[in-house]
Structures are given as structure tokens and as C-alpha cells.
Design a protein. Structure first.
Length: 108
């Protein structure tokens, strides 16, 4: 029987989790202020001020004129979300490569 061990573990800070959820929202094309209030008890616009300001300045996000709790991810924003997700997964590939370095060929 083969056993899998946990090699490393990382505990993420609240802001890092919110940034990840922000990334997922950008990638999926949907961002909700209500989601951040319900799940993190924060105001998205202030809790991730830098992220929101930069995305709005680049034309990636705009306020939904019908529902103030929703943000519209523009076509530019969808492209930025795709690029950010690509970078995220590239970083994960680097982590996997580092963890594989000490393994013997039979371990893989």
C-alpha cells in the first residue's frame, strides 16, 4: 500500500484568501461585493483597495448600473483575469517542481 505524506503546508492570511477569491472572480467574469460582505465581512472596495483601484484604472472593472453590489468584468478585465490565472498556475508549477527535486525516480 502506498502512502502519501504532506511535504509542506501553508496557512494563508485573510487578505491572501480575499485576493485569491478576487482573482477567481476576475477569471470567471463575475465579481460581487455582496460575496465579500457575506464571506469575509468586509467592504471589497476598501479591503482590496489597491486591487480594485488598479483594475478600475485599467478599465477591467466597472460598476453595474443596475445592481451596485455587482461589478462588471469588462473584456479587458477578462483578459487580465486570464493572464493573472496563468501566472498563478505557473507559480504552482514552480512549487511542484521544487517539491519534486528531492524525490528519487521511483518516487514519481
Amino acid at each position: 500500500m502506498s502512502r502519501m505524506a504532506v511535504e509542506q503546508q501553508k496557512k494563508y492570511q485573510l487578505k491572501e484568501v480575499m485576493q485569491y477569491r478576487f482573482l477567481l472572480g476576475m477569471f470567471s467574469g463575475r465579481l460581487s461585493r455582496q460575496y465579500f460582505r457575506d464571506n469575509f465581512n468586509v467592504n471589497l472596495d476598501t479591503a482590496l483597495f489597491k486591487e480594485m483601484a488598479s483594475m478600475k484604472a485599467m478599465g477591467a472593472l466597472k460598476n453595474d448600473p443596475v445592481n451596485p453590489d455587482e461589478l462588471i468584468v469588462t473584456d479587458n478585465g477578462k483578459m487580465l483575469g486570464l493572464l493573472m490565472m496563468k501566472e498563478f498556475y505557473s507559480g504552482m508549477d514552480n512549487v511542484r517542481a521544487q517539491l519534486r527535486q528531492p524525490l528519487a525516480e521511483t518516487d514519481m
